[in-house]
Design a protein around this ligand. Structure first.
Ligand code: NAD
Length: 499
């Protein structure tokens, strides 16, 4: 049985109350690890350590190049340990091994990318402003925002940690990381790697624990300067409320119900490939999953028929098994939620084109498996069309005009991602411009790059991760203005009145 402790001020320690949480392998339903369950008192110790490291420690005072050396060493270690980390991620989360390998490689790439931005920041230096009043000179500098509370979900445990830690550490912040209670294991390894790579004590602290205790305590802690949260809309709202009390900086990456519009001139094989990747990748537990597909009517029946054939062929099983492309969902509770969503859709009049809430055949009797599911003929004001399921459940509808497709696509409180497919690239550009989403894919769905901003319109979040925009999340901007003239200011004290 694996064991995990908290990491506070450069040392591993038990939770104050000695409480532990079980970690379950979603393919076997077996407990394979136990980790410390932090209480408010442990979170307080972690935040204090991060505060000290920020206020008096070396990390924020190093040059960007010096910090970059540590981040690059973390990237190297991630790549060296890729296979072991990927296997740990599969046991924790359930995803197929090739996807987990991809995640570890991406996490390493993220540390390398932000190492590069930290180096550039040194070269960039202060920005001098041209002021109309020549008596003054002004420059703008950027400095780390302070102590960051990073709260992350279970769908990409290592990658979501990297998306927050890499830019925060590159900027010179110190961090308290709270992974999901469902998938804490790779965060333990990442912290070990960071420590070995040379992060000074207190710079990166880890509190494993429940959302309502450890997460809430971190959100409410007065010594946290910024909260960087990824998770559900409901929790994001609580985090934002907690942040409001002390005017903490806050960035939120929340859920979605992202549309993919397929025009009739799209090549059918290409459409199949991206529709399936867009919703069944990571068992559909992807914030940007294109879970609503809108198909132009002349292509609708044919594409739906082919989709049903292809989806029935997706190999389902333990993520460790060679060839598997759909693993179990992360937990019993997620399985219950997804099954309930499918049942509700059918009860409300939708038709099941493929899959369903029954246990898929050939998966044995253990593991949180659900078949890849396609739902059609739902009302466009129904729950299943509007709400995030966060599972392998695709809703499909037909449209008759570009205008109608856009109206249906944008008719959502979410706005994280969207996609459009057509051979007519002018039309794609026109539609991309009109889609209300922070990420728009043309003739594809889901590819994500460290260099490109990530985040949502509307209730999908606030702020952007990744790219230089993600770096700026962790920087405060300061103007330093100097009065250069020898002439008196002469407002209260006029010339001739001076002693
Ligand atoms: P969740 O909101 O249940 O949990 C996310 C994190 O918040 C966990 O670490 C949890 O312990 C913690 N938490 C729970 N209650 C808390 C509280 N009261 N105060 C502070 N922290 C608390 O989300 P989840 O089920 O882990 O993840 C799924 C959700 O995440 C989906 O809605 C998905 O769309 C979203 N997500 C968004 C992105 C993005 O980039 N926009 C990426 C991944 C996941």
């Amino acid at each position: 049985m694996l064991r995990g402790q908290l990491f506070i001020d450069g040392a591993w320690c038990a939770a104050h109350a000695g409480a532990l949480m079980d970690v379950i392998d979603p393919a076997s339903e077996q407990v394979f690890a136990q980790v410390a369950s932090a209480q408010a008192r442990d979170v307080d110790a972690a935040v204090r350590a991060a505060r000290r490291a920020f206020d008096t420690g070396p990390w924020p005072r190093l040059s960007g190049c010096e910090r970059a050396r540590v981040l690059r060493a973390m990237a190297v270690a991630l790549r060296e340990q890729l296979e072991a980390l990927a296997r740990l991620e599969v046991r924790d989360n359930g995803k197929p091994l090739p996807e987990a390998r991809w995640d570890v490689g991406d996490a390493a790439g993220c540390f390398e990318y932000y190492a590069g931005l930290a180096e550039q920041e040194d070269k960039r230096g202060a920005e001098h402003l041209d002021l109309p009043d020549g008596r003054f000179s002004s420059r703008v500098t950027r400095q780390p925002v302070g102590v960051v509370g990073a709260i992350i979900p279970w769908n990409y445990p290592l990658l979501m940690a990297a998306w927050k830690l890499a830019p925060a550490l590159a900027a010179g912040c110190t961090v308290v990381l709270k992974p999901s209670e469902l998938t804490p294991m790779s965060a333990l390894e990442l912290v070990r790697i960071g420590h070995a790579a040379g992060l000074p004590p207190g710079v990166l602290n880890l509190v494993t624990g429940l959302g309502a205790t450890a997460g809430q305590a971190l959100s409410e802690h007065k010594s946290v300067d910024k909260l960087a949260f990824t998770g559900s809309l409901a929790t994001g709202s609580k985090v934002m409320q907690a942040a409001a009390r002390d005017i903490k900086r806050v960035s939120l990456e929340l859920g979605g119900k992202s549309p993919l519009i397929v025009f009739a001139d799209t090549e059918i094989e290409q459409a199949l490939e991206w529709i399936m990747f867009g919703i069944f990748w990571n068992q559909g537990q992807v914030c940007s999953a294109t879970s609503r597909v809108l198909i132009e009517r002349p292509l609708y029946a044919k594409l739906l028929e082919r989709l049903a054939q292809e989806v029935a062929r997706i190999p389902i099983g333990s993520g460790m098994k060679e060839g598997v492309l759909l693993g179990p969902l992360v937990s019993q509770s997620q399985l219950d939620k997804v099954r309930a969503a499918i049942t509700r859709a059918v009860q409300e009049g939708a038709s099941l084109v493929s899959g369903g809430s029954e246990r898929p055949p050939g998966c044995g009797d253990k593991g949180y498996f659900v078949a890849p599911t396609i739902i059609a003929d739902m009302r466009l004001d129904s729950w299943i069309w509007a709400e995030e399921v966060f599972g392998p459940v695709l809703c499909v509808a037909a449209f008759d005009s570009e205008e109608e497709a856009l109206r249906l696509a944008n008719d959502s409180r979410f706005g994280l991602a969207a996609a459009v497919m057509s051979r007519d690239l002018e039309r794609c550009d026109r539609v991309a411009a009109a889609l209300q989403a922070g990420v728009v894919w043309i003739n594809c769905s889901q590819p994500t790059f460290c260099e490109a901003p990530w985040g949502g319109f509307k209730q999908s979040g606030i702020g952007r991760e990744l790219g230089r925009w993600g770096f700026e999340n962790y920087l405060e901007i300061k103007q330093i203005t100097r009065y250069d003239s020898r002439a008196p200011w002469a407002w209260y004290i006029q010339a001739g009145q001076r002693d």
